[in-house]
Design a protein around this ligand. Structure first.
Ligand SMILES: *Cc1c(COP(=O)(O)O)cnc(C)c1O
Length: 394
């Protein structure tokens, strides 16, 4: 394990979290077991007291899960990571671990739809107050902070608008006011952005997306900056119970080996497609952090290692034109989710962000005509040809 921290991205992706195992397998074995045998009552008791090294029960820890967690922690340059059963499990666990009744949370107004609902509806029932603000402007965060604010929660780039929040600036402001910064890094993965290095306290992912990268797993992860936060998150996760299972951890760990390569291709394809869309006469606007027209292009350039694989755009004909395109594509797949090797196209207002309600959606800049594209790793020319024939149908 030691020494791997110095490696560059692709070497890390291949080797992170890989340890020595009995019989010398090159790939971590899948310990598909719920429980672990104790050698004696004495050893069992020592394990529970934390005085012996070993495993007790898979909800508490499991070698296959740990291997994947070590890989993610290494890539994010965090203290340690915790595998969760979904991205939402990671988000729920982080918020339940870090806030108490009576506290206040500030959240970016454009975030993953269910995150908005969790903060508004579920945490609201437990007397936790919130303010949704446009975190792309630090003045808005400053204005919303109170002495009760314990967590500032941002998603950057945000789903689906691709708004970018300055992580370092927001971390400094949160810390000056005694709050923690939690960052949802799903849209970029640690290959393209490492929020902990910019001052964030907790980073989380839906590993369903780029980290696994193959659209065959639902999983999440939390990465803590230090031991204190890790223990807080771990204690909460083990009681709430939303842990990942060993087989999914194995699949995600396998996916991570090609993360660097995949992200390179996602970025190259998305840049070409964004430029194609921006030039197209039927397109009203395109939001992609790699375009100079993106309002936070300079912030993205400063804090990201690449611009990612996600694009939002609106057609001149609004929703009707968008429907025509979504129903006419042949290579792109009409489906929600993102971050897999295949290109997916979807309509946030009627799909992923429907549950937010029109008012919150509009305040967050999610117009009815916005189409979201998760650009895969196919050949860009084929994707452009497909989008081109679909745009002709309008
Ligand atoms: C998908 C997603 C989530 C939720 O993840 P699940 O694995 O579906 O629970 C959270 N945040 C972002 C940005 C996402 O795209």
């Amino acid at each position: 394990m030691e020494g791997k921290k110095e490696l560059k991205l692709n070497s890390k992706c291949v080797h992170a979290g890989i340890d020595e195992y009995e019989f010398g397998p090159v790939v971590p074995p899948i310990y598909q077991t719920s429980t672990f045998k104790f050698a004696s009552t004495e050893q069992g008791a020592a394990l529970f007291k934390g005085e012996a090294k070993g495993y007790i029960y898979t909800r508490l820890s499991n070698p296959t899960i740990e291997a994947m967690e070590n890989a993610v922690a290494d890539l994010e340059e965090g203290y340690k990571a915790l595998g969760c059963s979904s991205g939402m499990s990671a988000i729920t666990t982080a918020l339940m671990a870090l806030i108490n009744a009576g506290d206040h949370v500030i959240c970016s107004k454009a975030v993953y739809g269910p995150t908005t609902n969790l903060i508004k509806d579920i945490l609201g029932r437990f007397n936790i107050d919130h303010t949704f603000v446009d975190t792309t402007k630090i003045e808005n965060v400053k204005a919303a902070i109170t002495d009760k604010t314990k967590v500032v929660y941002i998603e950057t780039p945000a789903n689906p608008t691709l708004d970018i929040t300055d992580i370092e600036e927001t971390a400094n402001l949160a810390h000056e006011n005694g709050a923690l910064l939690v960052v949802d890094n799903t849209f970029l993965s640690p290959a393209l952005q490492q929020p902990l290095k910019l001052g964030a306290d907790v980073v989380l992912h839906s590993m369903t997306k780029f980290l696994n990268g193959h659209a065959d797993v639902v999983a999440g992860v939390l990465v803590a900056k230090n031991e204190e936060l890790y223990l807080k998150l771990k204690g909460t996760l083990k009681q709430l119970g939303g842990v990942i299972d060993p087989f999914n951890a194995f699949l995600v760990h396998r996916g991570i080996k090609t993360l660097g390569l995949r992200m390179e291709k996602h970025c190259a394809n998305a840049q070409k497609i964004a430029e194609f869309l921006e030039r197209h006469p039927k397109v009203a606007w395109v939001s992609y952090p790699g375009l100079e027209s993106h309002p936070q292009h300079e912030v993205a350039k400063k804090q990201q290692y690449g611009y990612g694989g996600m694009i939002s755009f609106e057609l001149k004909g609004g929703l009707e034109a968008g429907k025509t395109v979504m129903d006419s594509v042949k290579l792109c797949t009409l489906a929600v989710s993102l971050g897999g090797v295949e290109t997916l196209i979807q309509h946030p207002a009627s799909m992923t962000h429907l549950s937010m309600g029109k008012e919150l959606r509009e305040a967050a800049g999610i117009t009815d005509g916005l189409v979201r594209l998760s650009v895969g790793i196919e050949d860009a020319d084929d994707l452009i040809a497909d989008l081109s024939q679909a745009l002709e149908k309008i």
